[in-house]
Design a protein around this ligand. Structure first.
Ligand SMILES: [Zn+2]
Ligand SMILES: [Zn+2]
Length: 225
């Protein structure tokens, strides 16, 4: 799994945790923290950290609260299709496997990933097959060299910051609540830690990555580079 995670270089999407208000935690944010604390048995220290770090997660909390029930996502290639080997039987098959990969990191979200879908009405757009290994997110557009970095980049679409402040700190486990050590946004896991999950509104107790792992292996196994 670390091999797959390592396939993406540090992306430029997102940044430190300076966005959002540091004064006056939203009551609805506090309510979600309290709900998650009670539902998943998190500690007082965990809840205190979540409230103290409201500025890191306010934008993601707002985005997750406002997102539509179905996330329509358009997929296209930047220029030429990727020369997958073996090739997909169809782009529909490809989109099905891609969707399984995405659902694994975002349990409870409902992705509808459409090849050549309408980019105007979409919630986000995937542009795959970049010429250089420099995946990133910009607004609702997710630019991918390796498709397997999607779950990290879509985190930026949902306004998540990295756990690291500098590239040298990738994987250091910074800015994590008590009990957490790993997260997609620190590039140390294929799933989100509890802070990002809470901001995203994702259950903390759904941790089976078997389907996602298989989907990632299927995709990366077909990559020609
Ligand atoms: Zn990133
Ligand atoms: Zn995280």
């Amino acid at each position: 799994m670390l091999h797959i995670l390592a396939l993406g270089v540090a992306c430029s999407g997102g940044g430190g945790g300076s966005s959002g208000s540091s004064s006056g935690v939203s009551g609805t944010y506090a309510a979600r923290v309290a709900n998650f604390k009670a539902t998943y048995g998190k500690s007082d220290e965990w809840a205190d950290w979540m409230i103290a770090n409201y500025s890191r997660y306010a934008a993601t909390f707002a985005a997750s609260s406002a997102k539509p029930a179905t996330l329509n996502i358009s997929f296209r290639y930047e220029t030429n299709p990727i020369n997958y080997n073996p090739p997909w039987a169809s782009e529909a098959e490809h989109m099905n496997v891609f969707t399984t990969m995405a659902q694994g990191a975002y349990p409870g979200y409902n992705f509808n990933i459409v090849f050549g879908g309408d980019t105007n009405t979409s919630y986000a757009n995937i542009i795959a097959g970049l010429a250089v290994n420099n995946s990133y997110a910009s607004g609702k557009n997710v630019y991918l060299y390796y498709e397997t970095i999607f779950n990290h980049e879509f985190g930026h679409v949902m306004k998540l910051p990295h756990h690291y402040d500098t590239v040298a700190q990738i994987g250091d486990g910074l800015h994590m609540p008590p009990g957490d050590t790993l997260c997609i946004m620190d590039r140390t896991s294929s799933t989100f830690g509890s802070a990002c999950r809470t901001a995203l509104g994702i259950p903390l107790n759904i941790t089976d990555t078997t389907d996602m792992d298989n989907a990632m292996a299927d995709i990366i196994g077909r990559y020609p580079y």
